[in-house]
Design a protein around this ligand. Structure first.
Ligand SMILES: [Zn+2]
Length: 280
């Protein structure tokens, strides 16, 4: 009934924001944990209606705050820092992007360069190589544009498999092909070595898949909105904090300072509830 009165999107946005306030409230009651937060972006520029497609102005503001605040370091520096004790100063953050859509170069990159923010983009190479659109109006970046991005010195290219494959459900032989194809293409087309990996949909693979990832890369990213702790982080299970439109600047700031960890659990619960409803 309610959906007849309010557009569906409005209710979903309100629910998403309510969830975020719950997570923020939980933070007040839990101790601050030190570590490095790895932010996960998907799209910038609102060319789609996805919740992970942020308006350009918001991303610009977020990068400005990051650059002026505790600072941003690239993924390799973060891995080196995570092997040490916590620094005396504030904890830096890391910026990452998933997939390899055109907006990364067209919209996000000029903002990153302007604020001197380094970023890692995990590319699903098949879409780029075949010029095939990602789901939800996501035209791929071209190899030439990605090469230009790398030449700015601010962009590291990692692997996100070849065909955005979900590694938890593939035989080991196919996992190896998925990883090798993406690494080979990034090497051939960009002249760089893909040393970092992000699991598509943040789904950890089977034991065999995880072993295949560990053999080929120096790090691998999953989900989990929380800081990666110094000294004890497994570089192959990096937690990443995804950003959504509803984060605005308020919840963005909280995520950067290591908060909102309950958001993941709340979202998982909500998903289970939604799936339960669908099954019935
Ligand atoms: Zn992805």
């Amino acid at each position: 009934m309610i959906s007849l009165v309010y557009p569906r999107g409005t209710l979903e946005r309100a629910a998403a924001r309510a969830m975020k306030w719950v997570a923020a409230g939980y933070d007040l009651a839990s101790p601050h944990r030190r570590g490095i937060v790895v932010l996960a972006y998907h799209r910038i520029g609102r060319r789609s209606s996805l919740r992970v497609d942020l308006p350009e102005w918001l991303f610009d503001e977020q990068m400005e705050r990051l650059a002026e605040g505790a600072g941003v370091i690239d993924l390799d520096s973060a891995l080196a820092a995570l092997a040490q004790d916590a620094p005396v100063g504030p904890d830096p953050a890391v910026v990452t992007f998933d997939d390899g859509t055109a907006d990364f170069v067209e919209v996000a990159l000029p903002i990153l360069v302007r604020h001197r923010v380094p970023a890692t983009v995990y590319v699903a190479t098949r879409f780029v190589d075949e010029g095939r659109s990602f789901p939800h109006e996501g035209p791929p970046v071209s190899w030439a544009a990605l090469a230009d991005a790398v030449s700015t010195g601010f962009v590291t290219v990692g692997s996100h498999t070849h065909s955005h494959a979900l590694l938890d459900r593939l035989p080991a032989s196919v996992v190896g092909e998925e990883l090798d194809r993406s690494v080979d293409l990034i090497g051939e087309r960009l002249g760089v070595t893909a040393r970092h990996f992000a699991y598509p949909k943040a789904l950890p693979g089977s034991h065999a898949a995880e072993a295949a990832v560990r053999r080929r890369f120096v790090s691998a990213a999953l989900a989990g909105t929380r800081p990666n702790p110094y000294r004890t982080t497994d570089a192959y299970r990096l937690a990443r904090s995804p950003l959504q439109v509803e984060d605005g600047l308020t919840f963005f700031t909280r995520k950067v300072s290591g908060g909102m960890r309950v958001e993941d659990s709340v979202r998982q619960l909500a998903n289970r509830f939604r799936l339960g409803l669908v099954r019935e």
